[in-house]
Write a protein that binds this ligand. Structure first.
Ligand code: SF4
Ligand code: SF4
Length: 378
């Protein structure tokens, strides 16, 4: 089913710093009440949920992982959130994700969470709203009908690295998480930057050998190479290695991918009044790649805690600010990956893409602020 929804509202630019609640994983004493789940409960109390959700239908969007992945948000925290929302008078509460059908394998069930776990596009798999975007091949986005039909939307995001845009958090949980594969394909179509001239190529594969990140794919049948932009850090070793100048760098096209994510996120969020949105970011199990890879790898940095805010731009900025290169753990990177030299955020030095870019685009397109005040919940 496709139709257009309620008229758009915008967050707009903010002049005052955004308030962000922070529950630190560090604990003062070895008592359950001093540890993160108890702090999370106190954080939810501070958020005055009754004022926000009473008598409203609520969707919690999260990434439920896939296959052998276990480093998504632990079901205990989701259950605590669901209980707090029920106590606050929320109705028609549901947890939503594209991978809902296999989520029981990883412990996400109605019984455990306390509410249904549903797919984004209804039982038909086609229940979405059509929204024009108009950016290169991303002419429109199909947005989850189930999510847009809710009165209140909670973006419950797990922070981790991402090869295409540096990181995945609240923005990506929406832009890639509440759209079907047709829209995801269009967003991925924005990637690029390296141009390959097959007529000049002699298929010597020097580029493949020179690539430190396994980003060059080989088609032996057609004697052609291709690029897996997810892994590409735009180091240009392939450009320099090619004896025939068959590869050239056109631009750092990951920027368009990041812009595409910001555009789709903005189009979705504008369907809700700002007071009907809440963002919660989990900075735990911060792995190199996204949860959709169907695996779990060791953390890049020690666990940090949980953030909650009304402003997506602020919470994404604050989350990135808390992830420090100097805290990199030895096992966090696979043995064949190295941190690039120079400055920049840890995710930029791993994936070659500035993670703040997507956040700046969102601020420009949707609003909010990158200036924030962190309030610690003890
Ligand atoms: S630019 Fe670097 S990472 Fe990207 S394909 Fe070329 S060699 Fe590989
Ligand atoms: S190095 Fe150049 S010529 Fe050799 S396979 Fe790669 S693109 Fe083709």
């Amino acid at each position: 089913m496709t139709r257009s929804k309620k008229p758009a509202s915008s967050r707009g630019p903010q002049s005052a710093p955004a308030r962000i609640y922070f529950a630190d994983i560090a604990y003062e004493s070895a008592e359950p009440d001093r540890t993160l789940p108890a702090k999370f409960k106190r954080m939810l109390e501070k958020l005055a949920l009754e004022k926000r959700v009473k008598e409203k239908s609520v969707t919690i969007k999260m990434h439920l992982g896939g296959h052998l992945g276990y480093t998504t948000i632990h079901p205990l925290f989701v259950r605590l959130l669901v209980e707090a929302l029920k106590t606050a008078g929320a109705k028609d509460l549901k947890v939503m994700d594209n991978s809902a059908k296999t989520a029981f394998m990883r412990g996400y069930t109605h019984e455990v969470l306390g509410c249904p776990v549903i797919p984004c596009f209804g039982q038909s798999g086609r229940y979405y709203y059509r929204e024009p975007i108009g950016f290169r091949g991303l002419d429109e986005a199909l947005l989850s009908g189930e999510a847009l039909d809710s009165d209140f939307f909670i973006d419950l995001a797990h922070l981790k690295g991402h090869g295409d845009c540096g990181f995945g958090g609240a923005i990506k949980n929406i832009a890639m998480g509440i759209v079907p594969s047709e829209t995801r394909r269009k967003i991925h179509g924005l990637e690029g930057g390296l141009v390959y001239d097959a007529d000049k190529c002699i298929f010597c594969l020097k580029c493949h050998r020179a690539c430190p990140n396994g980003a060059i794919t080989i088609n032996r049948e057609k004697k052609k190479i291709g690029f897996f932009f997810h892994n590409c850090t735009y180091c240009q070793h392939c450009v320099l290695a090619c004896p025939k100048k068959a590869i050239r760098m056109e631009n750092r096209r990951f920027e368009d991918f990041s812009r595409g994510l910001a555009l789709v996120t903005s189009a979705f969020l504008k369907k809700f009044a700002p007071e009907n949105l809440l963002f919660i970011n989990f900075l735990m199990n911060i792995t190199i790649f996204c949860d959709c890879w169907g695996m779990s790898t060791p953390s890049l940095v020690p666990d940090i805690g949980i953030l909650a805010a009304e402003d997506i731009t602020a919470i994404e900025t604050a989350s990135l600010d808390l992830i420090k290169t100097e805290n990199l753990l030895p096992n966090g990177l696979p043995k064949d990956r190295k941190l690039s030299k120079g400055k920049g955020h840890l995710f930029e030095r791993i994936h070659g893409k500035d993670p703040y870019l997507m956040v700046r685009y969102l601020e420009e397109i949707y609003g909010g602020t990158r200036v924030y005040k962190r309030i610690e919940v003890k």
